[in-house]
Design a binder for this molecule. Structure first.
Ligand code: URP
Ligand code: ZN
Ligand code: ZN
Ligand code: ZN
Length: 478
């Protein structure tokens, strides 16, 4: 068992920051100590196998990305990151745990799908991983499967109010799943967009010959998100189930969540870096020499990027401060332009939906600290602490404390990160949605369960190191 001492840094948890040394014994944190501590007269640094100098740097719990889709079968293809490539990229960016989604399409058996996803991930992850489960057609058997899956550590279930014929559950099916969740304690995650409305708007746009990527945004208006969010909140209220709304992008959807929270309901919301920084005009409507007006396909995701003229981003940042939104995940669902996004040349409706960001979430959110939008502690809370609490990993993950897994990031606030293909880009994508982003801050060292997996600008980890994380019920409910 290797012993490691991280010295000289500022340890940041959700509750505050302090100058402290972190002693790691094997896979776990053994102690958080005053800087330069001695034990029985012995200099601690001289008694451990390895010393990591974190002078002038932040020492934070490893990032937890609670929303990823590695090798997801979707839109007629597969998300381009495998569990191996995606978790390696995540590690580079300071993320030490992902929670991915088992996919159950209509007609498939949830438990069979869970076994399949366990097989895909086992031995193929560079960092630890857990699963949520997507439920598509909620049958009686799906409800009993929920109970079983909870005993397997899958304690959250994603339902969809959009993608008719693919994922969509009708309100009655949603109601039934929520009734079950109110009994078994599961978290209901919701993709809140009114799918019927969107399908009509998409059809009408295509009939008018509006086929370019920007029309993906125009046909998924904020009203469709806000309405579905409201409906999901009302169904959760009716049943008593906790509700977590994923990839929130519209100010008006945030308002629905805030109102429910003010009334004391267990309603939570997540946003993603793309909604905090990117927008409809500059990205979805972009034109390039290489791709013409198809350039915007790089940023086709759902919910869509919103107009920069409607105040959505200001609202999202504010909500991250006021805790109307609780965490930032990536919804990492990468597709290459070549052969994948290209499937939508001629019809935006055929562009596979998704953006890849798993490598950049920690850095991108740190810009909120740099610009004064969030505190250092809130940054750590959004990227690690709350994901752990929300999804039943806290204690083991999401905190630097004795007994916790030694998932640790040494973050250099004076460092610099240039994002882009050929620079920092380890995701299996032929473009970066973040090309040209210059980041104040740098992920210097990453440890996963006591092992250094990134240091000195090199990857020292191993695909297969990551282990399945059985999750408890949410530790965040009011
Ligand atoms: O566009 C997206 N969000 N793709 C991933 C699937 C989903 O709905 O989360
Ligand atoms: Zn979704
Ligand atoms: Zn997603
Ligand atoms: Zn550095």
């Amino acid at each position: 068992m290797t012993t490691t001492l991280i010295t000289g840094g500022t340890v940041v948890n959700a509750t505050g920051r302090s100058r402290a040394d972190v002693l790691i014994d094997g896979e776990q944190i053994a102690a958080i100590l005053p800087p330069g501590s001695t034990i029985l007269g012995h200099d601690l640094a001289g008694s451990v196998d390895r010393v990591i100098d974190a002078t002038g740097k932040y020492v934070i719990p490893g990032g937890i990305d609670a929303h990823t889709h590695m090798e997801m079968p979707f839109g007629g293809t597969f998300a381009s990151d495998t569990f191996a490539s995606g978790t390696t990229a995540a590690a580079w960016g300071g993320t030490t745990t992902i929670i991915d989604f088992v996919v159950q399409y209509a007609g498939e058996d949830p438990l069979t799908q869970f076994a399949l996803w366990q097989e895909k991930a086992a031995g193929n992850c560079a960092i630890d991983y857990g699963f949520h489960q997507i439920l598509s057609d909620v049958q009686d058997s799906s409800l009993t499967a929920m109970d079983t899956l909870i005993t397997e550590g899958v304690t959250s279930f994603k339902l969809f109010q959009a993608y008719k014929g693919v994922f969509l559950s009708d309100d009655g099916q949603i109601l039934k799943a929520m009734q079950r969740a109110s009994e078994n304690g599961a978290m209901i995650m919701m993709h809140s967009e009114n799918g019927s409305v969107i399908d009509v708007l998409v059809q009408q746009a295509l009939e008018r010959g509006e086929t370019s990527p920007v029309h993906h945004g125009y046909t998924r208006p904020w009203q469709a998100e806000a309405e579905a969010t409201h409906r999901a909140i009302m169904l959760a209220n009716l049943t008593g189930a906790p509700l977590y709304v994923v990839h929130v992008s519209a100010d008006q959807a945030v308002a629905q969540i805030a109102q429910a929270r003010d009334a004391g309901q267990n309603v939570f919301g997540e946003t993603c870096p793309q909604y905090l920084y990117l927008n409809l005009e500059d990205q979805l409507a972009a034109v390039s020499e290489e791709w013409g007006d198809f350039e915007g396909a790089k940023w086709v995701c759902s919910t869509p990027l919103r107009s920069k003229h409607e105040g959505h981003q200001e609202s999202l940042w504010k909500s991250l401060r006021t805790n109307d939104l609780q965490l930032v995940s990536t919804d990492h669902c990468p597709f290459c332009m070549k052969d994948q996004k290209e499937m939508g040349l001629g019809s935006f409706a055929k562009i596979p939906n998704g953006i890849g960001s798993v490598e950049h979430r920690v850095d991108l959110l740190y810009q909120g600290v740099v610009t004064g939008q969030i505190t250092l502690e809130r940054w750590v809370e959004l990227i690690s602490v709350t994901p752990a609490r929300m999804f039943g990993l806290y204690g083991r993950k999401g905190v630097l404390a004795p007994g916790a897994d030694a998932d640790v990031v040494v973050y250099d606030p004076h460092g610099h990160t240039s994002i882009g293909v050929g620079k920092t880009h380890h995701m299996n994508m032929d473009y970066s949605a973040w090309e040209g982003y210059e980041i104040d801050g740098h992920v210097d060292v990453v440890l996963s369960r006591g092992q250094v997996i990134v240091a000195g600008g090199a990857f020292h980890g191993r695909v297969g190191h990551g282990t399945y994380q059985r999750r408890e019920l949410s530790q965040y409910l009011i």
